[in-house]
Write a protein that binds this ligand. Structure first.
Ligand code: ARG
Length: 596
């Protein structure tokens, strides 16, 4: 399996430099290190003791028959890092490194001078397919699609930023039972006008009409199924309705994606694989990977692992039983799973994917385990398949979010509600002159508050959807970050003339300045970490911390009122902060306003 290897920087990072120095010091003490990989210098857990730390003295002392603290003292005397940092010893023998102000200034200077803010590029770029959003067309878009859409876009942007080749694919559910229902209701009476203006709403109405009617009457259910069979057999009228449905759904979905600043390279929906399914199943049977069971074709366990870790086994009342994956029903129809196997093959063969990330609700975990296992058995050992799962959005009652009518809320309604809540906050801002200005800001704040709230939570945790909280200016919110950006820029509007800033003038004396730089220079690491763990919330939380460091700096260190080099140095810090905030927010797919 190809690993997304941790990024190697072209220039060494501070922990790497310190690690080299520790290794040299150990050599000079004639200590043989059994496993050099275990010599580590990491970010300090507690900033009061230093910026970086190492537990190497404690690890080695025992084997050397030495007291760890004394050994740490010996070692620290030998580490040649005078210009770079102070070294102190804490507790039973931790080495703590506190970077000198000059060293921090040097790091900030090169970050400020670098076009990409010193974000390092991966040495071995991979081709990554990100499978996200993927709503089922002509069916209510369930809340999970909010999470998938937003997380998927963010992961795609971050992976692209560090040098991977990313292919964004919207694998929409555009084939299946729901089309029988929509077609049935369509033929009973479709509102052509509304189809043009509000395509998703009209399709949803058709779906609901058929769904309600089928619940009341078995005959209707049969009629819907018959419409589907006609479509699958290629009936021209039904095919035309289906094609119009698809085009309209795309139009409606694109309106939402535009609002969210989300885009795709491909829309290879389920129907794109229709022709591949029959030969695929035949192939799987011929290769002995699938077999008949009660008239259906299924994939069973290959009985190589423990049942506990076997996705094709299930424990019922203490007994392990087969839990096969069905790939062809007894009536000859194919399944979600069949399409997904064909999709992996397409992505590997046609797109040369090394990684496929499925940003999909955790409830589909069982499906993906079976799919991944099947793909391996099919010989796709090379591709790293990952289910980037996420939890549930909850209402204030702690239960999965529902509308008042008890339905799953639609993404569009959620966004509109958020914009309404933001409008209230924006209306209090008197300095915005026109109603248009206020409306534009409310749209920006509303939509991006929903996005930021999503991205700031660990994807596996459930969170409560609280509109008032997410649009508030205070708290861990999008408006707080957007405001921080605006504040870091506004100072430049107040400057009388043009100032030409020079990196050489950057120098740091105050604690708040050093802390701000400490946060700024972590940017590259934080960005890489998002992809290592498929966790946008690491970047979201980092940006909040950076914003807090900026506000503390801004309170403690006058910028415009200071003079000479200090003034210039602080202006550089404002500029660098605004650039990192803007860049980081852009990775979260959140655009920044210039005023608010
Ligand atoms: N359409 C599916 C749903 O709404 C999600 C598809 C996810 N992607 C996939 N390759 N299975 O649940």
């Amino acid at each position: 399996m190809i690993q997304l290897s941790p990024p190697k920087l072209s220039d060494m990072t501070i922990p790497e430099i310190l690690r080299e120095k520790v290794l040299t010091a150990l050599e000079s003490l004639e200590v043989v290190v059994p496993d050099p990989a275990r010599v580590q210098v990491t970010k300090a857990a507690d900033l009061r003791f230093g910026d970086f730390q190492s537990n190497i003295a404690m690890m080695l002392a025992k084997g050397l028959g030495k007291n760890p603290r004394e050994f740490a003292e010996d070692l620290s005397d030998r580490i040649a890092a005078e210009g770079l940092c102070e070294i102190s010893i804490a507790g039973p023998g931790f080495l703590n490194f506190t970077l000198k102000a000059e060293a921090w200034a040097g790091l900030a200077r090169s970050q400020w001078e670098s076009d990409d803010l010193s974000v390092s590029q991966v040495k071995a770029p991979q081709t990554i397919v990100v499978d996200f959003s993927a709503p089922n067309v002509a069916k209510p878009m369930h809340v999970g699609h909010i999470r998938s859409t937003i997380i998927g876009e963010c992961l795609s942007r971050v992976a692209t930023k560090i040098g991977h080749k990313v292919i964004k694919d919207n694998h929409i559910g555009d084939w299946g039972t729901q089309f029988g229902m929509v077609t049935w209701a369509w033929k009973k009476g479709v509102d052509e006008e509304r189809l043009e203006t509000e395509p998703l709403q009209e399709l949803l109405r058709l779906y609901r009409t058929a769904s309600d009617a089928s619940k009341e009457d078995v005959g209707t259910k049969e009629e819907c199924r018959a419409e589907l069979v006609k479509l699958q057999k290629g009936d021209p009228e039904n095919k035309e309705i289906w094609e119009r449905c698809l085009a309209l759904s795309r139009k409606g979905l694109n309106q939402i994606y535009d609002r969210l600043d989300v885009s795709f390279d491909h829309w290879m929906g389920e129907s794109a694989y229709n022709d591949d399914l029959a030969p695929l199943v035949e192939q799987l049977i011929a290769d002995d990977l699938a077999r008949e069971s009660d008239g259906a074709i299924c994939i069973f366990s290959n009985e190589t692992g423990k049942p506990k870790h076997d996705p094709f086994k299930i424990n019922r009342d203490g007994v392990w039983q087969d839990f096969p994956m069905m790939i062809r029903k007894s009536d000859g129809a194919f399944n979600y799973a069949t399409t997904d196997i064909a999709t992996v093959q397409h992505r590997v063969k046609e797109w040369n994917a090394n990684h496929i990330w499925y940003v999909v609700d955790f409830r589909q975990g069982g499906h993906f385990s079976q799919l991944f296992d099947t793909s391996k058995r099919l010989g796709h050992e090379e591709v790293n398949l990952v289910h980037v799962a996420f939890g549930t959005i909850l209402g204030k009652d702690g239960k999965p979010l529902k509308t008042r009518a008890g339905d799953l809320p639609q993404l569009e309604d959620v966004l509109n509600d958020a914009v309404k809540a933001a409008q209230i906050v924006v209306d209090e801002k008197r300095h915005l002159e026109t109603a248009e200005e206020k409306a534009a800001l409310a749209e920006l704040i509303g939509v991006n508050s929903v996005k930021f709230t999503e991205l700031s939570h660990h994807r596996m945790s459930d969170y409560v959807f609280d509109l008032d909280k997410m649009v508030a200016l205070e708290g861990d919110t999008a408006p707080y970050l957007l405001y921080s950006y605006v504040r870091s820029r506004s100072i430049f509007r107040k400057l009388d003339g043009e100032v030409e800033l020079k990196g050489d003038n950057l120098h740091l004396t105050e604690k708040a300045e050093i802390h701000l730089v400490r946060m700024l220079t972590r940017y590259s690491d934080q960005v890489h970490q998002v992809v290592e763990d498929y966790r946008p919330n690491l970047l979201a939380t980092y940006l909040l911390e950076l914003a807090r460091a900026f506000h503390s700096f801004f309170e403690a260190c006058p910028v415009l009122k200071s003079k000479g080099q200090t003034r210039e140095s602080r202006l550089i810090l404002c500029d660098l902060t605004s650039r990192v905030l803007k860049d980081g927010l852009n990775l979260l797919a959140i655009p920044v306003p210039e005023r608010m």
